[in-house]
Ligand binder design. Structure first.
Ligand SMILES: [Zn+2]
Length: 274
Protein backbone atom coordinates (compact mmCIF):
# COMPACT_ATOMS: atom_id res chain seq x y z
CA UNK A 1 0.00 0.00 0.00
CA UNK A 2 2.79 2.29 1.00
CA UNK A 3 4.81 1.57 -2.14
CA UNK A 4 1.72 2.32 -4.20
CA UNK A 5 1.51 5.70 -2.53
CA UNK A 6 5.18 6.36 -3.24
CA UNK A 7 4.73 5.48 -6.88
CA UNK A 8 1.76 7.84 -7.04
CA UNK A 9 3.74 10.66 -5.42
CA UNK A 10 6.70 10.11 -7.74
CA UNK A 11 4.38 10.17 -10.73
CA UNK A 12 2.76 13.35 -9.49
CA UNK A 13 6.18 14.98 -9.04
CA UNK A 14 7.17 14.02 -12.60
CA UNK A 15 3.94 15.50 -13.98
CA UNK A 16 4.31 18.75 -12.01
CA UNK A 17 7.98 19.17 -12.96
CA UNK A 18 7.21 18.43 -16.62
CA UNK A 19 4.35 20.93 -16.61
CA UNK A 20 6.58 23.64 -15.11
CA UNK A 21 9.37 22.79 -17.56
CA UNK A 22 6.95 22.86 -20.49
CA UNK A 23 5.59 26.24 -19.39
CA UNK A 24 9.10 27.71 -19.32
CA UNK A 25 9.96 26.06 -22.62
CA UNK A 26 6.83 27.56 -24.21
CA UNK A 27 7.41 30.98 -22.67
CA UNK A 28 10.73 31.31 -24.50
CA UNK A 29 9.12 30.37 -27.75
CA UNK A 30 6.31 32.89 -27.86
CA UNK A 31 6.58 35.19 -30.87
CA UNK A 32 4.26 38.13 -31.58
CA UNK A 33 2.44 37.08 -34.75
CA UNK A 34 3.23 39.34 -37.71
CA UNK A 35 0.52 38.73 -40.30
CA UNK A 36 1.15 39.01 -44.02
CA UNK A 37 -1.59 40.01 -46.42
CA UNK A 38 -1.36 40.82 -50.15
CA UNK A 39 -4.47 41.64 -52.17
CA UNK A 40 -7.52 42.56 -50.17
CA UNK A 41 -10.76 42.43 -52.14
CA UNK A 42 -11.08 40.90 -55.57
CA UNK A 43 -10.30 43.53 -58.19
CA UNK A 44 -11.32 42.54 -61.69
CA UNK A 45 -8.56 41.19 -63.86
CA UNK A 46 -6.45 40.05 -60.94
CA UNK A 47 -5.75 36.35 -60.67
CA UNK A 48 -7.03 35.07 -57.34
CA UNK A 49 -4.27 33.53 -55.27
CA UNK A 50 -4.51 31.51 -52.11
CA UNK A 51 -2.98 34.20 -49.93
CA UNK A 52 -5.30 36.98 -51.08
CA UNK A 53 -8.33 37.70 -48.98
CA UNK A 54 -11.75 39.05 -49.90
CA UNK A 55 -12.97 42.24 -48.19
CA UNK A 56 -15.46 40.10 -46.31
CA UNK A 57 -12.74 37.80 -45.04
CA UNK A 58 -10.45 40.69 -44.11
CA UNK A 59 -13.28 42.28 -42.16
CA UNK A 60 -14.04 38.95 -40.47
CA UNK A 61 -10.41 38.48 -39.45
CA UNK A 62 -10.06 42.00 -38.04
CA UNK A 63 -13.42 41.73 -36.33
CA UNK A 64 -12.21 38.46 -34.78
CA UNK A 65 -9.19 40.32 -33.35
CA UNK A 66 -11.40 43.08 -31.97
CA UNK A 67 -13.98 40.71 -30.50
CA UNK A 68 -11.38 38.61 -28.74
CA UNK A 69 -9.41 41.52 -27.34
CA UNK A 70 -6.27 41.27 -29.46
CA UNK A 71 -4.00 44.32 -29.34
CA UNK A 72 -2.88 45.30 -32.82
CA UNK A 73 0.38 47.25 -32.66
CA UNK A 74 2.53 48.73 -35.40
CA UNK A 75 5.62 46.98 -36.74
CA UNK A 76 7.65 49.87 -35.34
CA UNK A 77 6.21 49.31 -31.85
CA UNK A 78 7.11 45.65 -32.13
CA UNK A 79 10.70 46.19 -33.28
CA UNK A 80 11.33 49.03 -30.83
CA UNK A 81 9.93 46.87 -28.03
CA UNK A 82 11.91 43.79 -29.03
CA UNK A 83 15.12 45.82 -29.10
CA UNK A 84 14.43 46.98 -25.55
CA UNK A 85 13.61 43.46 -24.39
CA UNK A 86 9.96 44.30 -23.84
CA UNK A 87 7.70 41.40 -22.96
CA UNK A 88 4.56 41.62 -25.07
CA UNK A 89 1.21 40.47 -23.83
CA UNK A 90 0.08 37.22 -25.40
CA UNK A 91 -2.69 38.88 -27.36
CA UNK A 92 -0.50 41.12 -29.52
CA UNK A 93 -0.69 41.15 -33.33
CA UNK A 94 1.09 43.08 -36.11
CA UNK A 95 -0.52 43.52 -39.54
CA UNK A 96 1.56 43.88 -42.72
CA UNK A 97 0.47 44.05 -46.35
CA UNK A 98 2.85 43.39 -49.24
CA UNK A 99 3.34 44.94 -52.70
CA UNK A 100 1.16 48.09 -52.45
CA UNK A 101 -1.81 47.18 -54.64
CA UNK A 102 -4.57 49.75 -55.16
CA UNK A 103 -7.05 47.45 -53.40
CA UNK A 104 -5.11 48.19 -50.20
CA UNK A 105 -6.49 51.73 -50.39
CA UNK A 106 -9.91 50.83 -51.74
CA UNK A 107 -10.76 47.86 -49.52
CA UNK A 108 -8.20 47.25 -46.76
CA UNK A 109 -7.80 50.86 -45.63
CA UNK A 110 -11.50 51.51 -44.79
CA UNK A 111 -11.66 48.24 -42.82
CA UNK A 112 -8.43 49.02 -40.92
CA UNK A 113 -9.82 52.47 -40.12
CA UNK A 114 -13.12 50.98 -38.97
CA UNK A 115 -11.34 48.90 -36.35
CA UNK A 116 -8.68 51.52 -35.60
CA UNK A 117 -5.83 49.10 -36.34
CA UNK A 118 -2.39 50.18 -37.55
CA UNK A 119 -0.70 48.34 -40.43
CA UNK A 120 2.50 48.50 -42.47
CA UNK A 121 2.34 48.30 -46.26
CA UNK A 122 5.54 47.30 -48.09
CA UNK A 123 5.83 49.23 -51.34
CA UNK A 124 7.59 48.21 -54.51
CA UNK A 125 8.88 51.73 -55.13
CA UNK A 126 8.86 51.65 -58.95
CA UNK A 127 5.33 50.21 -59.07
CA UNK A 128 3.76 53.15 -57.25
CA UNK A 129 1.38 55.00 -59.59
CA UNK A 130 1.28 52.13 -62.10
CA UNK A 131 -2.10 50.55 -62.98
CA UNK A 132 -3.36 48.36 -60.16
CA UNK A 133 -0.99 49.90 -57.61
CA UNK A 134 -1.24 52.62 -55.00
CA UNK A 135 -0.53 56.24 -55.89
CA UNK A 136 1.66 58.58 -53.82
CA UNK A 137 -1.45 60.62 -52.93
CA UNK A 138 -3.23 57.54 -51.58
CA UNK A 139 -0.11 56.59 -49.64
CA UNK A 140 0.15 60.07 -48.11
CA UNK A 141 -3.50 60.00 -47.12
CA UNK A 142 -3.14 56.60 -45.47
CA UNK A 143 -0.08 57.82 -43.55
CA UNK A 144 -2.36 60.22 -41.72
CA UNK A 145 -4.40 57.29 -40.39
CA UNK A 146 -1.91 54.96 -38.75
CA UNK A 147 -0.79 53.19 -41.90
CA UNK A 148 2.98 53.16 -42.27
CA UNK A 149 5.09 52.19 -45.25
CA UNK A 150 8.16 50.07 -45.76
CA UNK A 151 10.29 49.16 -48.79
CA UNK A 152 9.92 45.98 -50.84
CA UNK A 153 12.66 46.66 -53.45
CA UNK A 154 12.29 48.72 -56.62
CA UNK A 155 10.96 46.00 -58.95
CA UNK A 156 9.89 43.13 -56.67
CA UNK A 157 13.19 41.46 -57.46
CA UNK A 158 14.06 38.07 -56.04
CA UNK A 159 17.27 39.29 -54.38
CA UNK A 160 19.31 36.08 -54.08
CA UNK A 161 19.46 35.79 -57.89
CA UNK A 162 20.86 39.30 -58.45
CA UNK A 163 24.40 40.65 -58.60
CA UNK A 164 25.69 42.67 -55.66
CA UNK A 165 25.25 45.97 -57.53
CA UNK A 166 21.67 45.04 -58.46
CA UNK A 167 20.91 44.04 -54.88
CA UNK A 168 22.21 47.38 -53.60
CA UNK A 169 20.14 49.23 -56.17
CA UNK A 170 16.98 47.33 -55.25
CA UNK A 171 17.46 47.66 -51.48
CA UNK A 172 18.95 51.12 -50.94
CA UNK A 173 17.30 52.45 -54.12
CA UNK A 174 13.77 51.62 -52.98
CA UNK A 175 14.47 53.27 -49.62
CA UNK A 176 15.75 56.44 -51.31
CA UNK A 177 12.82 56.68 -53.73
CA UNK A 178 10.11 56.21 -51.09
CA UNK A 179 11.84 58.62 -48.70
CA UNK A 180 12.08 61.16 -51.54
CA UNK A 181 8.30 61.08 -51.99
CA UNK A 182 7.24 60.87 -48.34
CA UNK A 183 9.89 63.12 -46.82
CA UNK A 184 10.80 60.98 -43.82
CA UNK A 185 12.92 57.88 -43.11
CA UNK A 186 11.69 54.46 -44.21
CA UNK A 187 12.82 52.04 -41.54
CA UNK A 188 11.57 48.63 -42.56
CA UNK A 189 12.31 46.30 -45.44
CA UNK A 190 10.55 43.24 -46.80
CA UNK A 191 12.31 40.60 -48.95
CA UNK A 192 10.31 39.78 -52.11
CA UNK A 193 9.09 36.18 -51.83
CA UNK A 194 10.92 36.10 -48.50
CA UNK A 195 14.25 35.44 -50.26
CA UNK A 196 17.51 36.54 -48.64
CA UNK A 197 21.03 35.46 -47.82
CA UNK A 198 23.35 36.51 -44.99
CA UNK A 199 24.95 39.03 -47.39
CA UNK A 200 21.59 40.49 -48.36
CA UNK A 201 20.74 40.91 -44.69
CA UNK A 202 23.95 42.88 -44.27
CA UNK A 203 23.10 45.12 -47.24
CA UNK A 204 19.68 45.83 -45.71
CA UNK A 205 21.30 46.83 -42.42
CA UNK A 206 23.93 48.95 -44.21
CA UNK A 207 21.19 50.76 -46.15
CA UNK A 208 19.90 51.96 -42.78
CA UNK A 209 16.83 49.79 -42.27
CA UNK A 210 16.09 48.98 -38.62
CA UNK A 211 14.66 45.55 -39.39
CA UNK A 212 13.42 43.33 -42.21
CA UNK A 213 10.63 40.81 -42.55
CA UNK A 214 10.54 37.53 -44.44
CA UNK A 215 8.14 34.58 -44.56
CA UNK A 216 9.14 31.22 -43.12
CA UNK A 217 12.78 31.33 -44.19
CA UNK A 218 16.01 31.57 -42.25
CA UNK A 219 17.60 30.15 -39.16
CA UNK A 220 15.78 32.04 -36.44
CA UNK A 221 12.13 31.27 -35.88
CA UNK A 222 11.78 33.22 -32.63
CA UNK A 223 12.47 36.78 -33.83
CA UNK A 224 15.87 37.19 -32.25
CA UNK A 225 17.36 38.34 -35.56
CA UNK A 226 15.84 41.67 -36.59
CA UNK A 227 16.73 41.14 -40.24
CA UNK A 228 14.69 37.98 -40.65
CA UNK A 229 11.49 38.53 -38.70
CA UNK A 230 9.04 35.79 -39.54
CA UNK A 231 5.55 36.42 -40.83
CA UNK A 232 2.41 34.36 -41.18
CA UNK A 233 0.58 34.05 -44.53
CA UNK A 234 -3.04 34.98 -44.11
CA UNK A 235 -5.52 33.27 -46.41
CA UNK A 236 -9.11 33.64 -47.43
CA UNK A 237 -9.79 30.19 -46.03
CA UNK A 238 -8.54 31.02 -42.53
CA UNK A 239 -12.08 31.89 -41.41
CA UNK A 240 -13.15 28.25 -41.56
CA UNK A 241 -13.78 25.98 -38.58
CA UNK A 242 -15.32 28.74 -36.42
CA UNK A 243 -12.06 30.66 -36.15
CA UNK A 244 -9.94 27.69 -35.04
CA UNK A 245 -7.27 28.49 -37.68
CA UNK A 246 -7.25 32.14 -36.60
CA UNK A 247 -6.75 31.18 -32.96
CA UNK A 248 -3.80 29.06 -34.00
CA UNK A 249 -2.25 31.72 -36.25
CA UNK A 250 -2.76 34.44 -33.64
CA UNK A 251 -1.53 32.31 -30.73
CA UNK A 252 2.13 33.29 -30.91
CA UNK A 253 3.11 29.62 -31.14
CA UNK A 254 2.37 29.10 -34.82
CA UNK A 255 6.08 29.15 -35.70
CA UNK A 256 6.67 26.08 -33.56
CA UNK A 257 4.61 24.01 -35.94
CA UNK A 258 5.62 25.52 -39.28
CA UNK A 259 7.86 23.94 -41.81
CA UNK A 260 10.85 26.21 -42.22
CA UNK A 261 12.60 26.46 -45.56
CA UNK A 262 16.05 25.85 -44.13
CA UNK A 263 14.88 22.40 -43.13
CA UNK A 264 14.64 21.48 -46.77
CA UNK A 265 18.30 20.40 -46.81
CA UNK A 266 19.53 23.44 -48.66
CA UNK A 267 21.48 24.86 -45.78
CA UNK A 268 24.49 22.75 -46.67
CA UNK A 269 24.78 24.62 -49.93
CA UNK A 270 25.35 27.88 -48.16
CA UNK A 271 23.09 30.52 -46.82
CA UNK A 272 20.47 30.70 -49.52
CA UNK A 273 17.11 30.09 -47.93
CA UNK A 274 15.28 29.39 -51.17
ZN1 LIG B 1 5.82 40.87 -52.57
Amino acid sequence: MRSLRNIFLALLAVIVISAIGFTFWLRDRYVVPVLMYHHVGIPSGVKWRLNDVSSKSFDYQLNFMKRHGFQVISLDDLVTGLKKGQVFSRNTIVITVDDGYEDNYKYAFPILKKYGFPATIFLVSDWVGKPGCLTWDEIKEMEKHDISFGAHTRHHAYLPRLTLAQQENEIAGSKRIIEGHLGHPIDYFCYPDGGFTENIKRLVAQAGFKAAVTTNRGKDRFDRDFYELKRIHMNNTDDRYSGLILWFKFSGYYNLFRRFRFEGGRMERGTLYE
